[in-house]
Design a protein around this ligand. Sequence first.
Ligand SMILES: Nc1nc2c(ncn2[C@@H]2O[C@H](COP(=O)(O)OP(=O)(O)OP(=O)(O)O)[C@@H](O)[C@H]2O)c(=O)[nH]1
Ligand SMILES: [Mg+2]
Length: 384
Amino acid sequence: MIIRKYIVKNMNEAMTKIKRDMGKDAIIVSQRRIRKPGFLGFFSKKKLEVTAAIDNTKKEEFTSSGVELFKKVMEKQKSIDKTDEKYKNEELSGIYEVAAEKEKQETSSAILNQIEEMKKMIDDVKKITQNTTANKSEIEIKLENSDLIPDLVNNILSNMNLMEENIEDTQKAKKVIQNMVPDYSLKIEGPMVLVGPTGVGKTTTIAKLAGKLALIQRKKVGLITIDTYRIGAVEQLRTYADIMNIPFKVVFSIKEMEEAVHSMENCDIILIDTTGRSSKNTMQISELRAFIEKIPTKNINLVISATTKNKDINTILEGYKELKYNYVIITKLDETTTYGSILNIINISKKPISFITTGQNVPDDLRKINAEEIANLILGECSI
Ligand SMILES: Nc1nc2c(ncn2[C@@H]2O[C@H](COP(=O)(O)OP(=O)(O)OP(=O)(O)O)[C@@H](O)[C@H]2O)c(=O)[nH]1
Ligand SMILES: [Mg+2]
């Protein structure tokens, strides 16, 4: 009797091999799913182990007393299974070992192929990165590292190319950036409104402005808030008003808005705080517009944090357009190390930056910023 084990991908392969090696009278004794032996086998696909048998001595008996033969085979199989793990069975171990060895070799060469492929891919990626950086000038890399949007980087570079002056690239870039920053003169008088997304620092900025104007510049300042939405928002501003001893009003309705502004007519400056609103919520923005329309001012400031992602800058500036803001205040510049967002904001909003804030200290961490400083920050010539 001949018993053979085959490790194959599927039953079709097994049948072909069995027929070829043992003839058409061979019978399948058992089949089971296995993994390749050894550690690497753990990660390999399962294979099929098929055991086939044929009685070579009494071929003719096979058909007549198939049951007998089957019993014999099963007995043999039992003894094989006992020693199977160690492949000690002489009749089988050879076949099994050959199969295992073949599979081991196949696995190793497959892994080697994969490693080769990965090496090639890494080399390709390296080449691409080297090429892209190699083709870039120092100034281009600097601009990109400042988180400027690619369109602006290209814009700056092409403007630099148009310059005929024989000066260093950094100086050229500085000039181009400075030209992109709109000129403005902001005279703070009358009502000044701050709007913007939640948590950007509107109330803190109002307190800083009030502090600088009332305590340092000795101006008559009044405070109004329409932020009755957030618990504690009114108290936050009232505390500042109390400390600075300046008038403070809370406005609940559009009608009260006009009255409140009117009641502060004797103030040089009226600072108006609003509820933080998501630029995506058009209902809330429209509601806010109804209040702002009652304020006689051309000093509406959109407050935006310097830490805002470039994509969100676009959404915020677009969403707040309805409020017809004239200036932008950039807050939290102390929380970032890249300053491209300043120019990204200017480029999209086309509005001047009235103030920047650089920390939580009231009133110290608030100031103006000029075009030269913006250029220097972007080019890494200075920091906040
Ligand atoms: N690091 C840093 N934190 C700031 C700055 N300005 C404000 N903050 C902090 O940001 C947080 C939110 O400030 P608020 O002034 O309450 O912000 P807001 O825009 O009025 O928030 P809402 O009224 O909820 O929309 C507070 O913890 C402030 O101290 C700044 O320039 N730098
Ligand atoms: Mg607030």
